[in-house]
Design a protein around this ligand. Structure first.
Ligand code: ADP
Length: 384
């Protein structure tokens, strides 16, 4: 492979959202040239990538044409055109993660099947073609309340997920091929970011704990480290290692896990890229998840994942009910919070609960960091 840290090396990234932006920033520290494909000419990576190609990462021709002259191709979103990537792989291009892993992860049904085939703990599930089939299974008693229905493809941030507690929720069922999962009595939701490089070296970041916005069903706060036992920490790490090894995965994988009220751990789902649950690694760990992703796909040794200081990450979400040109109200007050680092993604338009940025508060004491993060939540309002 061409030397990655050299003036003529081209790293192609499918997707130019905030994850792409932070990846391009990390690459720029090493003088690695980044080329991004995104349909939005004003996407967050616009100002940070070496070059932006405007086009759809779901379109065969656009992805194939984009990939042709790149040295390594990676993704910051999993819903990309696999056929074009497969063709590029066949022609000898390095695509990390590879299309075998991406095609399993793209489809929540294949993902669940992969866990059960490889003895990786996950909630019981069944695959369905239509909502009519689910209703029949309920009548036959093979599906029982409560359960969670997930569309096999296209969902994100809680979209494409329906929680069905009883018959009265059946109108919430989503049409399309789906997975029906047994409802887990969740005590904690945690995540582990794991990296595996081209030589098979594996490293996990310590687990983090997520707290959700009850209305938007997406992560509001993230705490690092997670308040879990050493046994749970080890179990989470073992599950994460087992997934990347069974997938023969190269790159960064975010593993979302549940711990239930009986202390049992289940894999919920994975994402084959940098992830919201690793933002705090930029300030709170020796190596950031973005640097680790680059190390893993560019053939370098993996960096230390140790925590340097406890941290709380808060997603800066569009205020409910506002849509239009974005205004960050209260920023001046929040800038006085000691240890708070702000990342504003550069999206021009805000919408209810849209992820517009994040802040990480680092502090010797996690409880103090939580208080500071709450201050930011109360004072920083993303309005139009
Ligand atoms: P997305 O890909 O949209 O983030 P997830 O699969 O992570 O979808 O589901 C979103 C949220 O729904 C989870 O974070 C969790 O709170 C809840 N959830 C998902 N699956 C289950 C389950 N089997 N039991 C209980 N809650 C679940």
């Amino acid at each position: 492979m061409k030397q990655a840290i050299s003036s003529d090396f081209k790293l192609g990234i499918l997707g130019g959202g905030q994850l792409g932006k932070m990846l391009t920033l990390a690459a720029s520290n090493w003088d690695v040239n980044t080329y991004v494909l995104d349909p939005n000419p004003d996407c967050p990576s616009k100002t940070t990538a070496t070059d932006l190609t405007v086009g759809s990462f779901n379109d065969y021709d656009a992805v194939y044409a984009f990939g042709k002259d790149k040295d390594v191709i990676t993704v910051e979103i999993e819903s990309v055109n696999i056929e074009a990537l497969r063709k590029l792989e066949e022609e000898g291009k390095q695509v990390f993660p590879d299309t075998k892993a991406l095609s399993i992860i793209q489809d929540k049904g294949l993902q669940k099947q992969f866990y059960s085939d490889n003895g990786i703990a996950t909630s019981d599930f069944e695959l369905f073609e239509t909502t009519a089939d689910i209703r029949t299974a309920i009548e036959n008693g093979t599906v029982t309340y409560p359960f969670v229905q997930k569309l096999r493809t296209g969902g994100y941030d809680g979209k494409g997920v329906a929680v069905i507690k009883s018959e009265t929720d059946l109108n919430l069922l989503l049409e399309g091929k789906s997975v029906v999962e047994q409802m887990v009595n969740i005590n904690k939701e945690i995540a582990v970011i794991v990296a595996r490089n081209t030589k098979g070296e594996v490293k996990c970041f310590p687990a983090v704990e997520m707290e959700f916005n009850p209305k938007a069903n997406l992560v509001e706060f993230l705490f690092s480290p997670a308040a879990i036992s050493e046994a749970h920490e080890n179990e989470a790490e073992q599950l994460s290692r087992s997934i990347v090894e069974h997938l023969d995965f190269v790159g960064l994988l975010a593993v979302e896990l549940f711990i239930d009220n009986d202390g049992k751990m289940f894999v919920n789902e994975v994402a084959p890229r940098p992830h919201n649950s690793g933002h705090q690694t930029i300030e709170g760990n020796v190596t950031s998840q973005y640097q680790q992703h680059l190390r893993s796909i560019l053939g370098f040794p993996l960096g230390s994942t140790a925590i340097t200081l406890p941290s709380v990450m808060i997603n800066i979400l569009g205020e409910e009910g506002y849509e239009g040109n974005v205004v960050y109200d209260g920023m001046e007050k929040c800038m006085t919070v000691e240890g708070a680092k702000f990342h504003i993604y550069g999206k021009k338009i805000t919408k209810s609960f849209r992820k517009m940025g994040h802040a990480t508060v680092i502090d010797k004491d996690l409880e103090s960091a939580k208080k500071k993060a709450n201050y930011i939540k109360e004072h920083l309002k993303v309005i139009a």
